[in-house]
Ligand binder design. Structure first.
Ligand code: ACO
Length: 334
């Protein structure tokens, strides 16, 4: 069975509730209908009920009747969520008046539902920019214990079995932290190894990427990756991690053998860690568009509950896939 089918089949066994704050967005509501129909998750749609009903009628979406619909302006937990928000953000100067306004913002409301245990995860971003989806999540749901950095991984489903794990490569950070320190880069590596195990079901071999392999170039950017590699090895001694290395040394056995002889990772890496968000985001978009590789994600990692951000160019099936991944993450976190 293909990886995405496995992820969906596993989701069907979990009975998790996912909130979709962009409930009146056309692709989102169509995805919701499919998710409910296939039994991948229970769905909460945030949006004006009349608008949601009209869209359901327009697209003949019969399963939407089984979704829970929450009107952000007039739901009955407004006061309770506002109090929670004040409690969580009072050290940042949050007042009750500000909180009462924010609980009508679907993106804040969704994260407060998760924090209150009313939903297990969230998928958004079909119409909101990444920063707007992430900010309330980072402020309210925050990171897992022991982790200070949230990052975004992609599963690259290539048709080239000679690379990665039978063609599958997990890479990060492609979505969140613009310029990580060496410590943050090490955490990203460890989180991505965990994602590779939990979602991609592979034993990670992690390459810390650079424009240098094992000292072939001298530069402070290389030094950062060398330090991150050492820290990541200390943080996760049970994971195969090596670097710094170039992408060809990471992926191609003959290049790995000549540039990094003896490395347990070079030539057979299945997890790639980019040195910065610029590199990660540009790289995944280039391989996705030019090489036609299916890129699933970003799967946000390090968050205390699963919240995932879509690209605004997403399709209905991208949303269904990301909800299934979110359910798998929720099942793993509990
Ligand atoms: N991990 C954990 N916590 C974080 C992180 C992180 N990576 N980044 C910020 N935070 C925390 C902060 O500590 C802060 O917490 P606090 O308010 O409790 O003290 C809170 O989040 C808000 O942080 P700010 O710095 O005020 O928020 P900022 O405006 O910088 O937003 C954001 C953070 C949204 C993640 C920002 O770094 C960003 O926009 N990143 C780029 C996102 C992006 O555009 N990606 C590319 C597109 S995605 C794609 O193409 C798939």
């Amino acid at each position: 069975m293909k990886l995405l089918e496995q992820i969906k089949e596993n989701a069907k066994k979990q009975c998790k509730t996912i909130v979709l704050p962009e409930g009146t967005e056309e692709r989102t509501i169509q995805a919701a209908d499919q998710i409910i129909g296939e039994g991948i998750a229970k769905i909460i749609l945030i949006g004006k009920p009349a608008e949601i009903q009209d869209l359901a009628k327009k697209h003949q979406l019969n399963n939407i009747a089984k979704a829970t619909i929450i009107d952000p302006e007039s739901h009955d937990k407004k006061e309770q969520y506002a109090d929670l928000l004040v409690e969580l953000r009072k050290s940042k100067g949050m007042t009750k008046e500000q909180a009462m306004k924010l609980v009508t913002d679907p993106l804040y409301l969704a994260t407060l539902m998760i924090k209150s245990g009313d939903a297990d995860g969230e998928v958004a971003g079909a119409k909101n920019a990444t920063g707007d989806v992430l900010r309330p999540a980072l402020q309210i749901v925050k990171t897992l214990p022991g982790i200070s950095v949230v990052s975004g991984a992609f599963l690259l489903l290539t048709n080239k079995p000679e690379y990665g794990e039978n063609g599958l490569i997990v890479c990060a950070d492609c979505a969140v932290l613009p310029n990580p320190t060496a410590e943050e880069l090490a955490q990203i590596a460890v989180s991505t190894a965990a994602t590779a195990r939990a979602i991609a079901k592979i034993e990670p071999r992690v390459a810390m990427l650079s424009f240098s392999t094992k000292g072939s170039a001298k530069n402070e950017l290389v030094d950062k990756v060398v330090k991150a590699t050492e820290l990541a090895k200390q943080m996760a001694p049970d994971v195969m991690i090596d670097g710094e290395m170039q992408a060809d040394a990471a992926l191609v056995p003959s290049v790995g053998a000549s540039k990094a002889p003896g490395s347990p990772v070079a030539g057979k890496a299945n997890v790639l860690i980019f040195p910065s968000l610029e590199v990660g985001n540009i790289s995944y978009k280039l391989v996705q568009r030019i090489a036609g590789i299916e890129a699933v994600g970003p799967v946000l990692q390090g968050m205390a509950a699963p919240i995932n951000d879509l690209s605004r160019g997403c399709s209905v099936s991208d949303i269904v896939n990301l909800v299934a991944i979110t359910v798998n993450q929720a099942a793993g976190l509990n």
